[in-house]
Every structure is written in C-alpha cells, then in structure tokens.
Design a protein around this ligand. Structure first.
Ligand SMILES: NC(=O)c1ccc[n+]([C@@H]2O[C@H](COP(=O)([O-])OP(=O)(O)OC[C@H]3O[C@@H](n4cnc5c(N)ncnc54)[C@H](OP(=O)(O)O)[C@@H]3O)[C@@H](O)[C@H]2O)c1
Length: 278
C-alpha cells in the first residue's frame, strides 16, 4: 500500500477522467487509443502503479498524470489492465462503492468485478493487440447497473482502438479464442509465408516484407469481399494458386486453424473457471 507522502514530488491533479491501473502492453495501447479518439486529452488521464518511481516513469512515458491510490479514488472512472492474477491484490486498493470501472482482464467476470470492486457500474472489454495500431476488435459486455454514460464512455475509449462489438458475456471466452488470440495465429501464418519465401530463394527481409504485404492486401480486400471469393479470384484454372491451395488442404490448414480457435477458447474457459461456453 502506498501513501500520498510517497509521491509528494509528483503532480497530483485533483481529478482525472480516467485512472489507468496497469499501463503495460494493453493498458498502454488503450491509452494511445483514447488519445487517438479525441475522447480524452492527456490532462484527462492518469496512471497508477504501487511503486512511485515506476508510476512516475509510466506517467512520463505517456505524458499523463502520475496517480497514487488517493488519485485513483478521485478519478471519474478506472481502467483495470493488470494481469488477472494481480487483480486480487489490486482490487482492495481501488475498490469504491458505485464508481465506474472498465476492465480488460481476461477471464475476470462482471460478477467477480462487481463483488471485488464494490460497484456494479462495471464494463468488461476484450481488446486485442491491434489496439496498438487502432485496429483492435473489442468486445464489450456490461451489467444492468452500468449507466448509459458509462457505456458511452467505454465505447468511445475502444472506438479509438479499432472496432467495438457488443457480445454477451457468455461468448467472451470464444471472443478471446478467436479475436484476442487471433493475432498470434495470423502472425504464425505471416512467419510461415516468409519462411516459404526464404525456401524459394528470397532474403529474409524481403520475404518478410512480401508476407506482410500479402496479409495487408488480403485484410483490405476482406473489407468488402468474401474469403472464398478472394481465393477463387486468385486461383485460375491449372494455375499456381490452386496448386498451393491443394497442398494446404492436404496438410489440413483449415482444420488446424479451427482447432486452434477451439483450443484457445477452451483454455480461456479454464482460466476463467467456466466450462466450455459455446
Ligand atoms: N496482451 C494481450 O493481447 C491482451 C488482450 C486482451 C486483454 N489482455 C488483458 O490485458 C491485461 C494486461 O495484459 P498485458 O499483456 O498488457 O500485461 P503487461 O504488459 O504485463 O501489463 C501489466 C501492467 O500492470 C502493471 N502492474 C502490475 N501490478 C500492478 C499494480 N498492483 N497496480 C498497477 N499496475 C500494476 C505492470 O507493471 P510492471 O511492469 O511494473 O509489473 C504492467 O505495466 C491482462 O489482464 C490481460 O488479460 C491482454
């Protein structure tokens, strides 16, 4: 537990609109998204860390205020982006009756959040690493006590990180399996395409650039074209692409990816203490 005296040297704003508890990879990405959306200005944000030096460093890194636990209690709302295993330790520090909270912790349910934080004004969000570049798919779920203003705020926060989807909490583990874990699977595909390029004679850097460009082009095409239509358009009769597609079918690429989503969803369910939710 820290005290105000620990941070006498740091800037203590009276109130910030959003206190970020856990400004690591994802918390940091959400801060960037919030600023990108225009919903929040740097002066509206503050960051908390139990170690004064660490929170001052994070505050300097993002150009926002450094908050101790008193600063968090004064904030209009709190974003919780610590690891799920840190939550039990963090919750008593930040719990506040009827305060507004947004959590991105995987596997921590709305019921647990409400119980530990002493407030049912909670929104649960599941972004992915795409938040760093404004291209996340973020699921939102909330409680009956979440106010329209809380929900509007959460939507604006994650709009700045990419696209927002309202998803029932029962599908959050599945969302984690496909969307939360998905960038790892797509990155594996990118890495494999580049390895294939090296195998047929390209230098590594060029092979990596080509693989990235293929995925980028496909992602843009997918905005208004079905996956099967893209495949059919590239695969001309007796041509190169259909020869590669046949090879991928022989190696059961579709099955492997479907199975990966299922395995990731099962693991998310295990971690959140649920049975399979689909
Ligand atoms: N990574 C993803 O793709 C992803 C996607 C969706 C959701 N999430 C969720 O996002 C959360 C954060 O994941 P991450 O990958 O961003 O982890 P991370 O990079 O390790 O970030 C966690 C941050 O919390 C800080 N922290 C630790 N204890 C704290 C405390 N008591 N009070 C305040 N800050 C504290 C850590 O500081 P130190 O470095 O000093 O320990 C670190 O900056 C997790 O709950 C995860 O389930 C992650």
């Amino acid at each position: 537990m820290t005290s105000v005296a620990d941070t006498a040297e740091t800037r203590q704003p009276t109130t910030v609109r959003l206190a970020v508890v856990g400004a690591g990879r994802m918390g940091g990405a959400v801060i960037h998204g919030a600023l990108r959306s225009g919903e929040l200005r740097p002066a509206d944000l503050g960051v908390f860390h139990p170690e004064p030096e660490r929170r001052d460093a994070l505050a300097a890194q993002f150009g926002i205020a450094s908050l101790d636990d008193v600063g968090v209690h004064q904030a209009e709302r709190v974003l919780i982006a610590v690891k799920p295993q840190s939550f039990e330790r963090v919750a008593p520090l930040i719990a506040r009756r009827h305060a507004g909270f947004v959590s991105i912790m995987a596997g921590v349910t709305l019921a647990t959040l409400a119980k530990r934080l002493g407030s049912s004004r909670v929104v649960r969000a599941m972004p992915n690493l795409g938040a760093r570049v404004g291209a996340s798919a973020t699921a939102l779920a909330w409680t009956a006590e979440t106010s329209p203003a809380d929900l509007r705020f959460a939507r604006a926060l994650f709009d700045g990180c990419g696209s927002v989807f309202d998803v029932p909490e029962s599908l959050f583990d599945a969302f984690t399996g496909l969307s939360g874990s998905g960038p790892a699977f797509a990155a594996l595909v990118a890495e494999s395409l580049a390895d294939g390029g090296v195998r047929v004679g390209f230098h590594r850097d060029l092979a990596r650039d080509l693989a990235r460009q293929v995925l980028l082009a496909t992602a843009r095409l997918l905005e208004d074209t079905e996956p099967a239509a893209i495949k059919d358009e590239v695969a001309s009769p007796g041509g190169t692409a259909i020869a590669g597609v046949r090879t991928l079918e022989r190696h059961r690429l579709r099955f492997a990816l479907m199975d990966a989503i299922e395995a990731a969803t099962e693991r998310a369910s295990e971690l959140s203490g649920n049975g399979p939710g689909w």
